[in-house]
Design a protein around this ligand. Structure first.
Ligand code: CMC
Length: 428
């Protein structure tokens, strides 16, 4: 039976088809609304607008459910690896052993960056934020591989770009860190797995060999899984919209990195640690900072709290909170910031302001404490998020291209001046 919604305007009723997703979520398709009624929809921040039909990630913000291609995030975080999840997102299914090996090898073939790229690192100020460096260098990859700029490229060429991105992103990211601390760059080691290779490039020094710790590698791999995709968030929508103009994949991903950088999105993980340190320095008075977060005249917000879609709990935050305790215990790290974070959470969750607005800890609230325990510096936190999100961005871009989606171009309601007469400059 055809499902539809009715919109009545100026005495006329318009029938709009209703689309139902596989998890039974519903959307009213407004494609014909303007031509039939003259109306557009207005939805600042796209709070209630579906931009696409997607078969990659499902999330239910009310129930706190997150699944990649039908697999629960809890299962993937506990049992799979970041490479398996990347294969799942990019190729659409969990790999068997042979497929995983071939996927891994294809990525490992491309971990080196062109030697000419080293010169770029030298040109950045020594304290350059790694996100700025990573975004620029990812975009610059398109100049080293100009065939990526051809919108009519073959499937094989597209896969080559994808493997290059997956292979080079950890190298570029670790080198952005080396630039920040002024240490010599470390080349990739292909006998190591993805997370281990990244950690080695981050921390190995000519004066002191970096000893890989299995617990650290495992924790990082799990964090990458938890960040791997999150349907149509700000950075992913950016990747899809930039890609919809047929800009090349490197540039589209670079745009995603930039969108992620903001403190309301992926940049929140850095902002959380900075906030916790500030509260600690200020004497650790949690109540005072909760009051500040509630005060509409105070620009302070509780970073790592609240989410556009999760209105009950963020399942990633639940997993990370537990992992945080485990990792600190395993590494024997005692971090007073975790106590401040837990008190903030406790006070906020029993406060009417946060309860009424359904504000809960999100993925960024505890992740920074783990990154810190793993030895990753604050400025690199958002880069870690980008590393994890890369396969998600790639798969969302593939889906958009595969579906032949039209160029993204929202409409607006104009509220500016009308019919003004040009006045020559000397008469103004
Ligand atoms: N602290 C204090 N008040 C808050 C917070 C917060 N962290 N988040 C939302 N509110 C209030 C907000 O002031 C508003 O109050 P009122 O209804 O009285 O005007 C109400 O809650 C609704 O907030 P909103 O800003 O309209 O909600 P949004 O969906 O537009 O924004 C958000 C979502 C994540 C940007 C926001 O909650 C926020 O700024 N959180 C802090 C930054 C953060 O942790 N971001 C990471 C998000 S998760 C990682 C990712 O995927 O990006």
């Amino acid at each position: 039976m055809e499902d539809f919604a009715e919109v009545t305007y100026n005495g006329k009723t318009f029938k709009l088809p209703v689309t139902t997703g596989t998890e039974n979520e519903k959307a009213m398709d407004i494609a014909t609304l303007r031509s039939a009624s003259g109306l557009i929809t207005l939805d600042s921040g796209f709070k209630n607008t579906g931009a696409t039909k997607s078969s990659i990630t499902f999330l239910d913000g009310e129930k706190g459910i997150l699944k990649y291609r039908g697999y629960a995030i809890e299962d993937l975080a506990e049992k799979s690896s970041f490479m398996e999840v990347s294969h799942l997102l990019i190729h659409g299914h969990l790999p068997n052993k042979t497929e995983l090996e071939s996927f891994n090898n294809n990525i490992k073939k491309h971990t080196l960056v062109h030697e000419d790229m080293r010169k770029f690192f030298d040109a950045y100020p020594s304290k350059a934020h790694p996100m700025g460096v990573v975004a620029s260098l990812v975009c610059s990859l398109s100049t080293f591989y100009p065939e990526s700029q051809n919108p009519n490229r073959s499937k094989e060429e597209t896969m080559l770009t994808i493997y290059r991105l997956m292979g080079k992103m950890p190298t570029i990211s670790a080198w952005a860190y080396k630039n920040l601390v002024g240490h010599p760059r470390v080349y990739p080691t292909n006998k190591l797995d993805y997370a281990a290779n990244f950690l080695n490039m981050m921390f190995d020094l000519p004066s002191q060999k970096y000893e890989l710790n299995a617990a650290v590698v495992k924790a990082l791999d799990m964090l990458l899984i938890l960040h791997a995709d999150h349907e149509q968030n700000c950075s992913t929508s950016t990747v899809r919209i930039v890609g919809s103009s047929q800009a090349n994949l490197y540039s589209s991903i670079s745009a995603g990195v930039v969108a992620l950088w903001g403190p309301l999105h992926g940049g929140a993980n850095q902002a959380v640690i900075e906030m916790l340190e500030k509260i600690q320095k200020d004497g650790g008075n949690v109540e005072k900072w909760i009051q500040k977060a509630k005060d509409k005249n105070d620009p302070f917000r509780l970073m790592g709290f609240g989410h556009r879609v999760y209105k009950n709990f963020d399942p990633r935050a639940k997993i990370i909170k537990k992992a945080c305790d485990d990792v600190l215990k395993e590494l024997g790290v005692q971090d007073p910031l975790i106590d401040i974070a837990k008190s903030l959470e406790e006070v906020a969750l029993s406060d009417d302001y946060f309860k009424e607005r359904n504000l809960y800890p999100n993925v960024d609230f505890y992740s920074g404490i783990i990154y810190k325990a793993l030895g990753i510096p604050t400025e690199m936190f958002t880069v870690m998020f980008a590393l994890g999100r890369l396969p998600g961005w790639i798969s969302q871009w593939q889906e958009m291209i595969g579906n032949n989606e039209p160029i993204g171009r929202p409409r607006q309601i104009y509220i500016g001046d009308i019919d003004k007469k040009y006045v020559p400059i000397e008469k103004r």
